[in-house]
Design a protein around this ligand. Structure first.
Ligand code: TRP
Length: 341
């Protein structure tokens, strides 16, 4: 049987991925290339909903791709591409927008959260249609499975609804994707505020561990992580959220179960735990940092790797879009004097 196709995207919103992205997305993606027909992309079309400076967007798009390759994404086995380089995403998004109800879009909780920050009437329309563009990303590649975190579940539900609606309105065209619930990944918390998720938008720089950070900075942040009263190293999310978070980080990166770690630290204090956490984090990130720097030092080579992904993605996207255009009743596109992507 053919491998199921997986598709996922990540926004280029920072100069480095952080530990939460690394465990929640990067590592999962790399694992799935063993078992799936994998399509992954950098969601730069989604990123412009909040207007990054053009030079910054360009830089972050390349940095994101480089980190994925550096972390083990294999361009031979997976297709990694930049979303905006496949023009069909915008085109399919429009067709799907025309098949989405206002109320259906307005129910999306992420839109409600994000638009609240801008004030309801000054939030951009792009934020409103964001989940429909996401549906286009997924349906374009006829994905069977989409790995989703809790915050993206609703967008996948919308995607399934839109696929079913299109298929019944215009004839079978899209695969209806299923959520792929990854193996239990414990939520990683902010080092300074262990009750909050580690996230670029809500954590302070001291609370986030970045993949591309210097080892001594990572170590310092971990040594200064907020811990809890008492001295015992035990996982207790309610009373010891700080220590629990450090144990989870070490467990996720070393593969050692939390219970085994607890046993190891009997009679030792928080200092010993922090020292070991710093070591596993530095061991995980330092080689990725080195390889990322190398990839970024040769932009032409990096762009060439991305062009390989774009070509593979374009072949699938073109086929889907031709079917969609035909189903909705658009005339065939005449050939152009200069053939483009
Ligand atoms: N919205 C996703 C996020 O912020 C990124 C994304 C865009 C995505 N298109 C996608 C994820 C398609 C999965 C599938 O995390």
């Amino acid at each position: 049987m053919a491998r199921p196709r997986v598709l996922s995207g990540i926004q280029p919103t920072a100069d480095s991925f952080h530990l939460g992205n690394f465990l929640g997305a990067v590592r999962q993606w790399i694992g799935m290339q063993e078992t799936h027909d994998a399509f992954y992309f950098i969601a730069d079309l989604h990123a412009i909903t909040v207007h990054p400076a053009p030079a910054e967007l360009r830089r972050r798009t390349r940095v994101s791709a480089a980190q994925l390759f550096a972390a083990g994404l294999d361009p031979e086995r997976s297709t990694l591409f930049v979303q905006s380089q496949i023009r069909e995403h915008s085109e399919l998004a429009w067709v799907l927008i025309c098949n989405t109800g206002m109320g259906e879009a307005a129910r999306m909780t992420q839109f409600k959260d994000k638009s609240a920050k801008f004030g309801e009437s000054s939030a951009g329309v792009g934020l409103f249609t964001y989940p429909i563009l996401q549906a286009a990303d997924i349906l374009m590649y006829q994905a069977d499975q989409v790995p989703v975190g809790a915050d993206q579940k609703q967008h996948l539900e919308l995607t399934r609804d839109l696929a079913q609606r299109f298929n019944s309105r215009y004839g079978p065209t899209f695969t209806v994707p299923s959520p792929y619930i990854p193996k239990e990944v414990e939520k990683i918390a902010d080092l300074q505020d262990p009750l909050a998720k580690m996230s670029k938008s809500s954590s302070s720089p001291q609370g986030i561990l970045e993949v591309l950070e210097e080892p001594r900075v990572l170590t310092k942040k971990i040594m200064r992580a907020v811990t809890d009263t008492g001295t015992e190293v035990v996982a207790d999310p309610e009373n010891k959220p700080g220590v629990t978070n450090l144990l989870r980080i070490q467990s996720a990166l070393s593969g050692t179960p939390v219970a085994e770690l607890e046993a190891r630290y009997v009679g030792q204090g928080y200092g010993a735990l922090k020292k070991d956490v710093a070591e596993v984090v530095v061991d995980a990130f330092a080689p990725i940092r080195e390889r990322t720097e190398k990839l970024l030092s040769d932009e032409a080579e990096l762009d060439r790797l991305l062009a390989v992904g774009a070509r593979r993605a374009a072949a699938v996207a073109r086929e889907t879009m031709e079917a969609v255009r035909d189903r909705v009743g658009f005339l065939p596109v005449p050939s152009r004097p200069e053939s483009d992507v």
